[in-house]
Design a protein around this ligand. Structure first.
Ligand code: ASN
Ligand code: ZN
Ligand code: CA
Length: 333
């Protein structure tokens, strides 16, 4: 059929009413983003395999914003993938996960009451459950960017998903989950250093993870210790998430977009932040040019310092801040 790129409207679960790039095919519309590598959003309709069906309909308005509306979560997933695509392209100069201009695809309504989301290398796709009980669909921007970033990590450093490298893999997804949410800057998503706060998985409004002080979740670690590689990668990510917060914002108390953070250091020494714009460039450069599948925390320190030296020089305030922030999470020379 005759096709054209269109500007549709998404009534999302988490981000209000947003513009979506869609495709008109004959007299119907579908969730194919022709401006971003033809990213497509599919409906698994509670299935757990295959692609399901591409979201399509007779108008270019997607969902009504209700978590139970089947198109609403699709609108979130389509929007989150578009933002993450734009972020990597506009901030880091990378066109798609592999840098080849080709998009991964998204699948929503995976399984029954599935309270998770995941990236898969084998389908080159992001998948989202609907949640259950208090938990709404797992399609907020930070979660979408987290999952898509697993694809990036897999196609660059390839950090093994166990041991310390697994924690660094998870932290990379949290770091860019947060930076993409800041990048979104719409009225519903002002940006924060919390992961999954909108999903309400715990039923009490607390996020899945806190980057300023990861131990606030009751399981994640604030600082490195010998043996951290044997805990769950979603908890051994703590020191790297904490490093990124310290490097961006500095230690101590700070309120950003209405959220108050209190970030301690393990050595008790203060860290002066260099701002998120520089911190995210350092982490991206380290991920894509320094880290390997077996990089551990010591290697992450070396790799981020090398990246910082290339970007800002080894005599720079940025270089000292990277040293200080790693010291603040007990990763030393
Ligand atoms: N949502 C989880 C993650 O991306 C799924 C998993 O544990 N692999 O880390
Ligand atoms: Zn993850
Ligand atoms: Ca968040």
């Amino acid at each position: 059929a005759w096709e054209a790129i269109e500007n549709g409207t998404g009534n999302t679960v988490y981000s209000g009413t947003v513009d979506l790039t869609t495709t008109q095919s004959g007299s119907a519309y579908n969730l194919t983003d022709g401006a971003r590598g033809n990213h497509k959003t599919y409906n698994l309709n509670r299935g757990t395999s295959g692609t399901g069906t591409l979201f399509s309909g007779s108008d270019d308005v997607w969902g009504n914003g209700s978590p139970s509306d089947l198109e609403s979560a699709a609108a979130d997933a389509h929007y989150g993938a578009a933002l993450t695509w734009d972020y990597y392209k506009n901030v880091h100069g990378r066109s798609g996960i592999r840098g080849d201009g080709v998009a991964a695809y998204s699948r929503v309504h995976y399984g029954n009451n599935y309270v998770n989301a995941f990236w898969s290398d084998s389908c080159f796709c992001m998948t989202y459950g609907d949640g259950s009980g208090n938990a709404n669909p797992l399609t907020s921007i930070d979660v979408a960017a987290h999952e898509m970033t697993h694809g990036l990590t897999s196609n660059t450093a390839g950090l093994n998903y166990s041991g310390e490298s697994g924690g660094l893999n998870e932290a990379t997804s949290d770091i860019f989950g947060a930076t993409v949410e800041f990048y979104a800057k719409n009225s519903s998503d002002v940006g924060d250093y919390l992961i999954g706060e909108e999903i309400d998985i715990n039923g009490d409004g607390t996020p899945l993870r806190h980057m300023d002080k990861p131990s606030k979740d009751g399981s994640s670690k604030d600082a490195w210790y010998s043996g951290i590689g044997s805990i769950d990668v979603h908890y051994s990510s703590g020191p790297a998430n904490h490093f990124f917060y310290l490097l961006s914002e500095g230690s101590g108390t700070k309120t950003i977009n209405g959220v108050t953070y209190d970030s301690p250091t393990s050595d008790g020494l203060p860290v002066t932040g260099i701002g998120r714009d520089k911190a995210e460039k350092i982490w991206f450069r380290a991920l894509t040019t320094k880290f390997t599948s077996t990089t551990n925390y010591a290697g992450a320190r070396t790799g981020t310092l090398a990246a910082t030296g290339e970007l800002y020089g080894t005599d720079s305030a940025e270089y000292k801040a990277v040293q200080d922030a790693w010291a603040g999470v007990n990763v030393g020379a």
